[in-house]
Write a protein that binds this ligand. Structure first.
Ligand SMILES: Nc1ncnc2c1ncn2[C@@H]1O[C@H](COP(=O)(O)OP(=O)(O)OP(=O)(O)O)[C@@H](O)[C@H]1O
Length: 572
């Protein structure tokens, strides 16, 4: 499809928006696409396929820029023009070269501007949680607490509902705990889960408190990482004041909302209560008030979140996603990790237990990264941790630590760079998503500190295999970032036709495709609930993060993969 067709189609979308009475959004799309017509039409004409090769391209561009600057300098021109005919020919050739370079640079600027404009259109619509806001909720007494949902090494999680809500079903005892016992009763299980989630839309996480003291301030300080995904109203206003002005200026920053990152609605401290199963399941962490032999402190931190039906691990124990669904799941993890990276946060404990799941209206799994207890969230957002002593924590689960973290040696001036560590862990978790054992789990085969890339097991879907292999590269400088890996998947899932052609029209097709995607996603966004489907969220996320350099790197990696396999295997 030509640019004109693409724009024409976009304009039609714009017009139909207007006809539908959606004046504002229709006007914006139509104006946007009209404005893009010249820009994209011009940039795709001269784009060369070689320009996709990221590092080499960047090298050429920098060298050519330097050369252009030299040629433009008066002294250089004098030296060349003043001499022999040979010098004059050389000068002419350089002059033509400069013209070409300038044209390339101009195209570059225009393409980057197009990406930025598409990005700006989609960034304007911020992601908002579907959860209804509820008043207060800063005290334990504000909640009805149901059954235990899960337990980890640092906390226990219970289903909960705001105190004001009335239970919608008599069978309020059913929960995931019971679900597991009822395994095999397919239909009944699903209805049990629905009733539990309807009655208890929230989950309360109670952290174990051994060494954090019993004052709210001390607790907030020592468990501060759990607050990284907390919303702006999560902590009571007066505590928030303490957090920002007092000694708690050291608290890490918080990340903004994202469809693939947990949102903590409320965080407060309270006395540890005797909840169902406490005496049997976690007697040692109870305070002496509840168990004379218990070692826990009297007060602790509580986090209120949405109650999700299951974790990724629980889901994968019961089912193996198909090829496309698996790709969408992997993509969501990459989008979540990219969002965290951009906000200067490394999760450092990604594993299938720390990913929660629900389903959209089409039945597509939505994945949400949770449990930020081990995260690195420095105010300077560098994602670099000074590693001057063996006492510095490198993060959670050692099996899924990226090679550069696992092999780091403490010492004066040593630093661990976490900027691609979570992306590596996503690569390892992908094996579970596609129905295989995670090769890095203890006893399965590989160790992150010393594996060789050629020993990585193969995965049946060839299309994502390339992405996973790249994510699991030992050398982080050769590993794509979560953003670039996500762009690769976006391009291979939705951009098949735009990418199928590897000649000089490739860039032109990509530009057409970006415009169609933008118009299509805006249109879907107006269509009620389907506008919140996982696929639309993912496409919106891609467009709101559009960056020419990242896109070129993604294309470069894909072309590199195609060099070894026929192009069609990359389309899902
Ligand atoms: N919002 C939620 N909705 C439903 N279940 C949840 C939720 N949060 C946690 N869970 C369940 O509780 C379990 C323990 O939670 P979490 O992983 O946060 O605890 P933890 O002690 O910090 O874990 P870890 O052992 O990894 O440190 C999870 O594996 C999951 O089964």
């Amino acid at each position: 499809m030509s640019v004109r067709h693409a724009i024409g189609r976009g304009l039609e979308y714009g017009r139909s928006f207007l006809q539908m009475g959606l004046l504002k959004i229709g006007g914006r799309v139509a104006a946007k696409l009209r404005a893009d017509r010249l820009r994209v039409g011009h940039s795709v004409r001269t784009a060369q396929p070689q320009a996709f090769l990221p590092s080499r391209y960047r090298y050429y561009r920098t060298s050519l820029r330097g050369l252009a600057a030299q040629l433009q300098s008066a002294s250089f021109r004098r030296r060349l023009t003043g001499g022999s005919p040979r010098n004059r020919v050389l000068c002419l050739a350089f002059g033509l070269g400069v013209g070409f370079i300038e044209e390339q640079l101009e195209d570059d600027r225009k393409s980057a501007a197009t990406c930025q404009e598409i990005q700006a259109v989609f960034r304007r619509k911020r992601f908002q949680s579907t959860m209804k806001p509820f008043p207060s909720g800063y005290k334990l007494e504000d909640y009805i607490i149901g059954n235990q949902i899960g337990k980890g090494s640092n906390a226990v999680v219970y289903e909960a509902a705001p105190q004001c809500s009335t239970l919608k079903d008599k069978d309020s005892n059913c929960s995931l705990v019971q679900l597991r016992e009822d395994e095999g009763e397919g239909e009944r299980t699903r209805s049990v889960m629905c009733c539990s989630l309807r009655n208890f839309p929230l989950a309360i996480k109670m952290l174990w408190n051994f060494g954090a003291g019993s004052s709210s301030e001390e607790i907030l300080k020592s468990m501060s990482h759990e607050l990284v995904p907390a919303g702006p109203l999560a902590v009571e206003l007066e505590k928030e004041h303490i957090v920002h002005d007092g000694q708690f200026g050291v608290l890490p920053k918080r990340v903004s909302a994202h469809p693939n990152v947990i949102r903590v609605y409320r965080a407060f401290t309270a006395d540890v209560p005797l909840l169902p199963g406490a005496q049997d399941e976690y007697p040692d962490v109870l305070p002496a008030r509840l168990n004379p032999a218990g070692l826990g402190n009297n007060r602790t931190l509580f986090l209120v979140m949405k109650n999700y039906p299951c974790t990724l691990r629980q889901y994968l124990e019961a089912s193996t996603p198909g090829r496309r669904q698996g790709s969408l799941m992997l993509l969501q993890l990459l989008e979540g990790v990219d969002h965290l990276c951009k906000q200067g946060v490394a999760h450092r404990d990604l594993k299938s237990d720390n990913v929660l799941m629900e389903f959209d209206s089409d039945g597509c799994p939505r994945l949400v990264i949770t449990d930020f207890g081990c995260c690195l969230a420095q105010r300077n957002a560098s994602l670099e941790l000074p590693f001057n002593s063996a006492w510095v924590s490198k993060g959670g689960n050692a099996s899924l630590m990226a090679p550069e973290v696992a092999t780091a040696v403490p010492g004066c001036g040593a630093v661990i760079d976490y900027s691609k560590a979570d992306a590596w862990a996503v690569g390892a978790i992908s094996y579970e998503i596609f129905g295989k054992l995670n090769p890095f789990y203890r006893g399965v085969g590989l160790e992150s500190r010393k594996y060789e890339e050629r020993h990585l097991p193969t995965l049946p879907p060839a299309d994502v295999q390339l992405v996973i292999r790249l994510l699991l590269r030992r050398n982080p400088s050769k590993r794509p970032s979560a953003r670039v890996a996500a762009d690769m998947l976006h391009l291979s899932i939705w951009g098949g036709k735009a990418l199928a052609n590897r000649d000089s029209t490739g860039m032109k097709k990509l530009a057409d495709w970006l415009l169609c995607q933008s118009a299509g996603v805006l249109l879907k966004g107006c269509r009620g609930p389907s506008g919140n489907s996982v696929e639309v969220e993912l496409q919106r996320s891609f467009l709101s993060n559009l960056d020419l350099e990242d896109l070129r790197s993604a294309m470069g990696f894909l072309l590199y993969g195609w060099g070894q396999r026929p192009a069609h295997v990359l389309s899902v």
